[in-house]
Write a protein that binds this ligand. Structure first.
Ligand code: PA5
Length: 446
């Protein structure tokens, strides 16, 4: 197995007694999840997705991906939050950070609609000049402002460029019946994929939300689902002592109760930086509510050891660290140099991974000495299967951890607040009353 969870660096920090103390709570949380009896039980579709996934839908996704590969140089993927992070994380995890620059038969993939930055969008529009384009617009609600604006711009571009046949280049992933996007897809005849009702945005990477862009990048989605299915099997049953997913949920809650309110997810391969972004949404949105929750932060090592490393080592003791150690030999070695002006001949012939592993071990020991408790996950490959496995491990862990914390891990009421203010300030019909109030508040601040 390419995935190994370990709490060995917590030896003197978390004792058998500590685990005994929380074992019952974790068991109850796991039971709630298994029996679908906890809060948010309507959103547990993700638990069985890897084994229940509609094979016909998967085949249709593969066919659409093939069509996209044959039809375009550039695939624009429009979405935000759960409708964005998972696909990008998967593509970078499996294909690396330079997927778009590598020689391949799949289109370049750019993600838009995940911010409202004018310059970001303009830069991508410039890249699209003279290229054949397809669009995959993804929104569960079908009404989210950021992707809706981006889609309006790209739909306009496609219709101007291709006329009515533009509709064959637009692929929609949305709700079965609800939302503006569903209405438009049906009216204009775009090919569309359904986001199941019982799968929330941040748990949706293994639905068409993630799978279509992932397949368009030439990644085997069946293998990814198989990885998730393997994790589903490996992390079923057992207890905090035998099930690493439950142990991880237990340790997070113990840390939180000790005042370690930040979990720092550290990776030592930039191909996993976007996986951290996906993980931050999963954990932040699932647990950060009712005045509770650990703040999910992330770093990429060794890069960030030269910036945030000082704080982690020596700063306020707010955090514990979960390190994903990527331990893969890919052949890159350090050459011998006759002059040895840099004094690096002691590393000649050694692989970069050998050095990275020593950096990882040195960092773990330094941080534990600095009173930053460390958990580790080792990955010995970065296949589609491994990504699926990791996704399921974290999804199940956050569900159990969230129930143990006493929150509903499957809602996100806080996300609506900024939207209401933004709509009012933009003069959206129906928001005039709050607009007057917000304008008054802002003028008082001026
Ligand atoms: O997890 C969530 O529900 C959110 O982050 C959503 O994924 C995000 O707001 C995008 O929503 P939608 O897919 O409806 O456009």
């Amino acid at each position: 197995m390419a995935f190994k969870f370990s709490d060995k660096y917590l030896k003197n920090v978390i004792t058998e007694n500590d685990l005994d103390g929380i074992a019952g709570e974790i068991a109850s949380a796991a039971k709630m999840l298994d029996e679908k009896s906890g809060k948010g039980a309507d959103f547990l579709g993700w638990t069985d997705l890897p084994v229940n996934y509609n094979r016909k839908e998967a085949e249709r996704i593969d066919k659409a991906a093939e069509k996209i590969c044959n039809m375009c140089d550039v695939l624009i993927v429009i979405g935000i939050g759960g409708s964005y992070l998972g696909a990008r994380a998967a593509i970078e995890f499996v294909k690396g950070n330079y997927y778009n620059e590598s020689k391949k038969s799949t289109p370049n993939i750019y993600f838009v609609g995940n911010d409202i930055s004018s310059s970001h969008l303009s830069a991508i529009l410039e890249i699209c000049e003279g290229k054949d384009i397809c669009v995959n617009v993804i929104s569960k609600s079908g009404t989210t402002t950021e992707p809706a604006i981006a889609f309006r711009i790209f739909r306009d571009l496609l219709y101007k460029k291709y006329g009515e046949s533009a509709k064959d280049r637009i692929f929609v992933t949305t709700d079965k019946v609800r939302g503006a996007l569903r209405g438009e897809a049906d009216a204009r005849g775009y090919e569309s994929f359904i986001i199941p009702d019982d799968v929330g945005g941040r748990f949706s990477v293994l639905t068409a939300v993630g799978l279509l862009p992932i397949a368009a990048a030439g990644i085997n989605i069946t293998e990814m689902l198989e990885g998730a299915a393997a994790a589903r099997k490996d992390f079923a049953g057992g207890d905090v002592y035998t099930n690493d997913c439950y142990k991880y949920a237990a340790i997070r809650n113990i840390m939180s109760r000790r005042g370690r309110k930040i979990e720092l997810l550290a990776v030592n391969d930039p191909a996993l930086t976007m996986t951290c972004e996906w993980w931050k949404q999963l954990f932040g949105e699932s647990e950060g509510k009712d005045g509770k929750g650990l703040y999910p932060a992330s770093v990429t090592y060794t890069t960030d050891l030269h910036s945030l490393g000082q704080f982690v080592q020596d700063g306020t003791k707010l955090m514990f660290e979960t390190v994903i150690n990527v331990d893969i030999e890919d052949g890159a070695t350090i050459p011998y140099d006759e002059q040895n002006a840099d004094g690096l001949n002691f590393l000649a012939g050694k692989s970069l991974n050998f050095v990275n592993q020593k950096a990882h071990l040195g960092t773990v020991l330094a941080h534990t000495d600095g009173d930053v408790p460390n958990l580790s996950i080792t990955l010995t490959s970065k296949s589609a299967f491994d990504f699926g496995y990791l996704v399921y491990f974290f999804e199940k862990a956050v569900a159990v951890s969230g129930y143990t914390l006493g929150v509903n891990p499957f809602d996100q009421p806080g996300v609506e607040y900024y939207k209401k203010n933004m709509f009012a300030l933009l003069n959206k019909p129906g928001y005039s009353e709050s607009k007057a109030e917000l304008d008054k508040r802002l003028s008082e601040l001026a």
